[in-house]
Design a protein around this ligand. Structure first.
Ligand SMILES: NC(=O)c1ccc[n+]([C@@H]2O[C@H](COP(=O)([O-])OP(=O)(O)OC[C@H]3O[C@@H](n4cnc5c(N)ncnc54)[C@H](O)[C@@H]3O)[C@@H](O)[C@H]2O)c1
Ligand SMILES: [Zn+2]
Length: 390
């Protein structure tokens, strides 16, 4: 006779879906009192105005625009019938330093505790992608998730970084090792903030626009090519349509690609990123994400060409556009091929499951591969390394 206590089991598999709204706005002069954009993102919540808020600002942005934090506070005060008013402003270190270690996360967690921010209260964050990632992680774990309103202030954060539904910091020598998926309450991009960017940081953001164009939209690639030299000259009028198109393509992929929380193995938006993340870590984050992505794209495009998928003519066009944007063509660390190649296994581990890397069959035509020919990839890396000598 079977023992009824050991043979009995119950399964409860309940499927559910959750409605998310990802509110993204593009505007000019976000803190101008007559601009309704920021206040309007709280339109869906009539109780928002009665809640608390804090503002975290990137030190690089704060130095470039010392009045901005108080302008945002004054704006919130003027729109207090619609939105929460920050009771405190915290300035945190900008750049990748914000993501290296727990310091920024701890500072923001302490602020959230001190200012009595609840799950319906808001953390506003204004800054580059690194600060947004670190502050977003703190907001995602405090009380298991408080509202986050992102005000991205770099080209990269506006055309890619702040569109995502993830956050994170670096740990154990690996990019984004610690982090979470969390949909922000809203993202408000102000084109005027890009005026004070150092020109190298301004240009670096366009590697992500080239990436998404190569994956999804050959016409967009032509458009970037036609504007590249004006963009490299910090021309905001030339840059703005590119930033908005890139953001829209990223957002569309996240919202409509069927895998916002990256449960599947394919991660097309990470085209060129396995080598980029490895290079960033190997350089102790001296190579910026935007520059590393440009180099990662060159490596994977060269590999696609060596495999016979991408024509040499298309490769040359891609290389020419990156050069016209004044993005790097090479880096001394690429001489360490074996160390760079370790990035492939780290990438697989980060994604989980089978290795899945996107390669190109043409401009605008990405395709997934699950195996890499190591000898050819070494060749692609060493050809990219050799560009420094040329
Ligand atoms: N979560 C995501 O989905 C996602 C996607 C792409 C990139 N990222 C992350 O974004 C980070 C890169 O972000 P980034 O390219 O914005 O660089 P960044 O955040 O490192 O900022 C670069 C520099 O610009 C300064 N700065 C910011 N705004 C300024 C302004 N308006 N004027 C003057 N200086 C200003 C910063 O202080 C910093 O020194 C990387 O860590 C990358 O991993 C995240
Ligand atoms: Zn990226």
């Amino acid at each position: 006779m079977p023992d009824s206590t050991t043979s009995h089991s119950t399964s409860l598999d309940q499927r559910f879906t959750l409605p998310f709204v990802h509110r993204v706005r593009f505007t000019h002069h976000v803190a101008a009192l007559t601009n309704p954009t920021l206040a309007d993102v709280f339109r869906d919540d009539a109780s928002a105005a009665s809640r608390r808020a804090v503002l975290v600002i990137d030190m690089g942005l704060h130095h470039a625009r010392p009045a901005l934090a108080q302008e945002i506070v004054r704006y919130a005060q003027a729109h207090a019938a619609q939105m929460p008013v920050p009771s405190e402003v915290l300035v945190v270190h900008g750049g990748e330093r914000a993501k290296c270690g727990m310091q920024t996360v701890d500072e923001v967690l302490a602020l959230i505790e001190r200012a009595k921010i609840c799950r319906k209260s808001t953390v506003f964050v204004a800054g580059g992608g690194a600060v947004i990632d670190a502050v977003g992680f703190a907001a995602a774990v405090a009380h298991r998730g408080v509202r986050l309103v992102r005000i991205p202030s770099t080209t990269l954060a506006q055309d890619d970084g702040a569109m995502g539904v993830k956050n994170g910091i670096n740990a154990f020598g690996k990019k984004n090792f610690t982090g979470s998926f969390a949909v922000p309450w809203a993202v408000v991009c102000d084109a005027e903030l890009l005026r004070t960017l150092p020109v190298a940081v301004f240009r670096a953001g366009f590697s992500e626009a080239v990436k998404i164009a190569l994956l999804k939209d050959p016409t967009f690639f032509d458009n970037i090519a036609a504007r590249a030299s004006r963009i490299a000259a910090h021309d905001l009028d030339a840059a703005q349509p590119v930033i908005e198109r890139s953001a829209a393509l990223h957002l569309e992929h996240i919202a409509q690609g069927g895998d916002p929380f990256e449960l599947h193995e394919a991660r097309p938006l990470d085209f060129g990123h396995w080598a980029a993340h490895r290079l960033e870590a190997l350089s102790a984050y001296a190579v910026s994400h935007g520059h590393a992505v440009a180099l990662g794209l060159l490596i994977d495009c060269r590999y696609s060409m060596l495999k016979g998928w991408l024509s040499p003519q298309d490769f040359e066009r891609i290389q020419a556009v990156l050069a016209a944007l004044h993005l790097p063509q090479s880096h001394p660390l690429l001489a360490e091929e074996a160390a760079i190649l370790e990035g492939l296994e780290q990438f697989r581990e980060h994604l989980g499951g089978t290795l899945t890397v996107t390669m190109l069959r043409g401009i605008g035509v990405g395709h997934e591969v699950h195996e890499i020919d190591t000898d050819l990839m070494r060749q692609a890396i060493s050809m990219t390394a050799a560009c420094a000598i040329a």
